[in-house]
Design a protein around this ligand. Structure first.
Ligand SMILES: NC(=O)c1ccc[n+]([C@@H]2O[C@H](COP(=O)([O-])OP(=O)(O)OC[C@H]3O[C@@H](n4cnc5c(N)ncnc54)[C@H](O)[C@@H]3O)[C@@H](O)[C@H]2O)c1
Length: 493
């Protein structure tokens, strides 16, 4: 450790001591992992108050001592969320909790030793081997298990351990429980029960970020009655459980299955609509209108819309994690074929938009293509597995000049490029084609006259995410632009 680093580390250690002193009468909750889930959970838990309206918990966020982890830790200790956020409520609550002094972040291992409750929000990654066969992908389960083994060496045996990370079903019962039992035994705590719980996050980064934790239904289960009871008390302290009753399942494996099944269901729903999108386009039908009519049936309300692709951290991997659990923790040879196939179909969705684009523009060499939206979902800044990344790469491979705009992303880490946040910046370099990849709110509000700022006359507009309605599309067509839309078979040149 260099001199500067050592100084920094000592300063942080002192800040942690001050924090312990200031919050000595409060239960300590450690949130392990300060990513998109952990940083929001930190805020949700720090917001909880006792009957005197005083903060209930001292909340410590921990992350890895690497550049990414330290950056998140520093952000939190400077009173900033470690990501750009469109939810003003989350922003406000975080600032309030930071000022009231019951939040701190650290990579100091002492945090684990004082934890009364440990909430695990770390990543369990999947590495994809191409886009064609999700049954051949690699699941980094051992990294997750190693992190849990380290935690088991540090936490008090009375600590309530809540796994929120998405894990292969069977993980708590078959892998983590034996590890915690063994580590507690090695430390001389014989016959201690382990208060181990699984409860999955349904957090939705976006405008309703914080409410998707504190005002939403939550599923959980524990390894035994005591763990379930402690978990229920904890959740009821920061979730509006009167309005959104908690769903307690029989055992942790059931809760683990709940998470991956939920996301596999959604992935299959999207993959199904991709098939019908292509049908509707071939038949000249507006699939959005068909789907609106179908949604009138109560049983079909949540049928998905056509779109540009599926990204983010969860839907792109959770079926693969489920399949890993079935084979490795339950020793079954069969695969979750339908769920895995949905992941494959969804991974390839941006190629559909690409083929529409090249049919209109021909070879892309030296053409300027503008991608509007690089995050994986509307009104968020998360670019992980964004379908725009695949689209960008295939356009660039054909030597197109690719420009990217996003109201919430300044730097695109996966592509290692700066992203324009300002449409007027694009005036200098007008595009031959624009693709609306994400339906950010600000895109929905764009007036037709603004398009001339970033498009050449007669440019091609591809609406891959229902950003442009029929009225606006007529206006744009009158201005000389050519338009097509994914799922909008009724749009003709
Ligand atoms: N992002 C979502 O919308 C979402 C929703 C529901 C569930 N989940 C699940 O929640 C988990 C976390 O997701 P995320 O999006 O926050 O991931 P993320 O990658 O944004 O954050 C994970 C964080 O954990 C840190 N970390 C890794 N190992 C650690 C360790 N040993 N100790 C301390 N910190 C460590 C990483 O450095 C990173 O900052 C995943 O299992 C994910 O599938 C995510």
């Amino acid at each position: 450790m260099g001199k500067e680093q050592l100084k920094h580390f000592k300063m942080r250690a002192t800040a942690l001591d001050v924090f312990f002193k200031k919050n000595k009468d409060r239960k300590t909750v450690v949130i392990q992992g300060l990513g998109f889930v952990g940083a929001a959970m930190l805020t949700a838990v720090a917001r909880a108050t006792d009957s005197n309206n005083k903060p209930l918990y001292a909340v410590i966020g921990t992350d890895l001592p690497n550049a990414g982890g330290m950056n998140k830790i520093d952000c939190i200790n400077e009173g900033k969320l470690p990501f750009k956020c469109s939810d003003q409520f989350l922003q406000r609550v975080f600032t309030k909790c930071f000022r009231q002094g019951n939040i701190i972040a650290t990579c100091d291992k002492r945090a684990y030793k004082v934890a009364d409750i440990l909430v695990v929000d770390i990543n369990l990654d999947v590495k994809k081997k191409g886009l064609k066969n999700s049954s051949k992908n690699k699941v980094f389960f051992s990294n997750f298990v190693k992190a849990m083994r380290q935690a088991a060496k540090l936490v008090k045996p009375s600590c309530l351990i809540i796994i929120e990370s998405t894990v292969p079903p069977g993980t708590c019962e078959k892998v983590l429980l034996p590890i915690f039992k063994l580590e507690f035994k090695n430390r001389g705590y014989l016959r201690r029960s382990v208060d181990l719980v699984h409860s999955y996050e349904r957090v939705m980064p976006g405008r309703n970020y914080l409410n998707s934790i504190i005002s939403y239904f939550r599923v959980f289960s524990g390894i035994n009655k005591k763990a379930k009871k402690k978990a229920r008390e904890f959740f009821e302290s920061f979730i509006d459980a009167k309005k959104y009753p908690l769903a307690e399942l029989e055992n942790t494996t059931a809760s683990e299955i709940g998470k991956v099944l939920e996301n596999s269901f959604r992935a299959i729903n999207i993959a199904l609509i991709q098939e019908w999108t292509e049908f509707a386009e071939a038949a000249g039908v507006d699939l959005y209108k068909v789907l609106d009519a179908i949604r009138k049936r109560e049983t079909h309300r949540n049928i998905m819309n056509p779109g540009f692709g599926v990204g983010g951290y969860c839907l792109t991997k959770d079926s693969i994690i489920a399949d890993f659990g079935l084979r490795n923790l339950f020793r079954k040879r069969r695969r979750l074929a339908m769920s895995l196939n949905a992941v494959n179909v969804n991974d390839k969705m941006p190629f559909h938009s690409f083929s529409i684009l090249t049919k209109q523009l021909g070879k892309l060499k030296d053409k300027t293509v503008l991608i509007m939206g690089v995050s994986y979902l509307k009104d968020i800044s998360d670019t992980r597995n964004s379908p725009s990344e695949i689209f960008y790469r295939i356009c660039a491979r054909q030597e197109a000049k690719v420009l990217a705009h996003d109201p919430l992303v300044e730097y695109w880490p996966e592509m290692k490029i700066k992203v324009s946040n300002d449409l007027s910046e694009l005036r200098k370099n007008k595009a031959d084609a624009v693709i609306f990849a994400v339906n950010h709110d600000s895109y929905l509000k764009l007036r037709p006259v603004v398009f001339a700022e970033f498009l050449k006359p007669k440019a091609f507009i591809l609406d891959a995410n229902n950003v442009i309605n029929d009225r606006k599309s007529s206006a744009l067509r009158k201005m000389g632009y050519r338009l097509l839309g994914v799922g909008k078979g009724h749009w003709k040149f």
